[in-house]
Design a binder for this molecule. Structure first.
Ligand code: ZN
Length: 152
């Protein structure tokens, strides 16, 4: 996603948890504790992945995207489908996304990554930025030109 920034990757932490589990220092009961809310979010808003669950190896993991931020008001803390995020990113200045992986087979769940989305990420001249934001005056000569081209 174009406005994605400040990405924090939690795969190292996940590997550490799995190591602890293999070593028997934590039980599956401790890490396979997905709440009914999380599982519902996975069912209705989740993004299926090709990745097998590292615990039960019988189900594929589902990614749930939680959104947080002042601009979201009452929607803050809700799960959103991946397809909804680019739309929100164009309407809001900034919001935080937390991606959680869930297994509906054994209730394994872990934070995958977090990042910021929103229009603020377009400031500072990223590629393709001004085509929408710069407004009418920039667009007019271009479209007039295109019109002339079409008449030829
Ligand atoms: Zn599982």
């Amino acid at each position: 996603m174009r406005t994605q920034r400040q990405v924090v990757d939690y795969s190292l932490r996940k590997r550490a948890v799995l190591r602890e589990l293999l070593a028997g220092r934590v039980g599956t009961y401790d890490v396979c504790d997905a709440s009914p809310y999380l599982k519902n979010a996975a069912r209705f808003h989740g993004e299926p992945t090709d990745e097998r669950c590292p615990i039960c190896r019988s189900e594929n993991l589902i990614h749930v995207h939680y959104i947080y931020g002042d601009e979201l008001k009452q929607s803050a803390g809700q799960a959103r489908t991946l397809a909804e995020l680019p739309v929100l990113a164009m309407t809001l200045r900034e919001f935080q996304v937390f991606v959680v992986e869930v297994c509906l087979g054994c209730d394994w769940n872990h934070l995958v990554e977090q990042y910021l989305l929103g229009r603020d990420g377009l400031a500072g001249g990223t590629e393709g930025g001004p085509e929408q934001g710069a407004g009418g005056d920039a667009a007019t000569p271009g479209s007039a030109h295109r019109r002339r081209e079409a008449q030829r």
